[in-house]
Design a protein around this ligand. Structure first.
Ligand code: ADP
Ligand code: MG
Length: 230
């Protein structure tokens, strides 16, 4: 079977209901979505339509109220909390709107973190190899000279590039980006969008990106719209 015909994500009949002050709020209803290896899927929809909820469910951070999600063929919500944490650490990279770097660690240390967690869980990579990969990723995102800076010493665009390097550290199967340029000025946003696209092509990464940014949507191999249910 061609590599590109493999479904990395298969979501079927996904629904999500929140309890909101004593009443229910149906955020997602019967969402079915499949994503193939190497696709870059842009997810568009109005604010409050459940885009973040959907990414959290697809990445196993949150549970659907109904339906199923498979990541690389594995039913996410049948896994134990420990197994799910391991899948997230090893198979999923996340980039958030507000970067979420750890402020007391340098750029390099932030990028290293997923690999250190993986090693603590029994991975066998050598410390030098891990450091080399982290430095290489920072170089790839154009931050070779900022390795030892702390997040507070970096611009928003630089912090987001660190977050992208961190997301790629363990060579994930899928990269989830939740409004990755939502907090950046247009020029920086364009650079960031280009980096994400470039990585998706060069490393044949599957990318799901929630965005309002037309430039990112224009770079995607497919655009998927989500409607507001409530
Ligand atoms: P989007 O990312 O598309 O803006 P979200 O997925 O963040 O949308 O939220 C969808 C809807 O669900 C919103 O109305 C939001 O207020 C609601 N919501 C999100 N998380 C919770 C929660 N934990 N409990 C109750 N309601 C929530
Ligand atoms: Mg959101």
């Amino acid at each position: 079977m061609n590599d590109r015909d493999v479904f990395v994500i298969e979501a079927s009949g996904v629904g999500k209901v929140y309890w909101d002050g004593g009443k229910t709020l149906q955020v997602l209803k019967n969402v079915s979505l499949t994503v193939k290896k190497g696709e870059m899927l842009a997810i568009l929809g109005p604010s409050g339509s459940g885009k973040t909820t959907l990414l959290n469910i697809l990445s196993g951070l949150d549970r659907p109220s109904e339906g199923s999600v498979r990541l690389e063929g594995q039913e996410m919500h049948r896994l134990s909390a420990g197994q799910a944490a391991r899948v997230r650490n090893e198979r999923i990279g996340f980039v958030f709107q507000f970067y979420h770097l750890l402020p007391e660690f340098t750029a390099l240390e932030n990028v290293l973190l997923p690999a250190l967690i993986k090693r603590a869980e029994g991975g066998r990579r050598k410390a030098e190899d891990i450091r080399e990969r982290a430095s290489g990723l920072l170089e790839k995102v154009g931050l070779k000279d900022r390795r030892l800076h702390y997040p507070s010493e970096l611009s928003g665009g630089e912090q987001q590039r660190v977050a992208l390097a961190r997301a790629l550290m363990n060579d994930p199967a899928v990269l989830f980006c939740d409004e990755p340029t939502g907090n950046l000025d247009p020029a920086t946003a364009k650079e960031m969008a280009g980096l994400i696209k470039d990585l998706s092509v060069r490393e044949n990464k599957t990318v799901l990106v929630v965005t309002h940014d037309e430039k990112i949507a224009g770079m995607a191999t497919r655009v998927w719209y989500i409607a507001k249910e409530h």
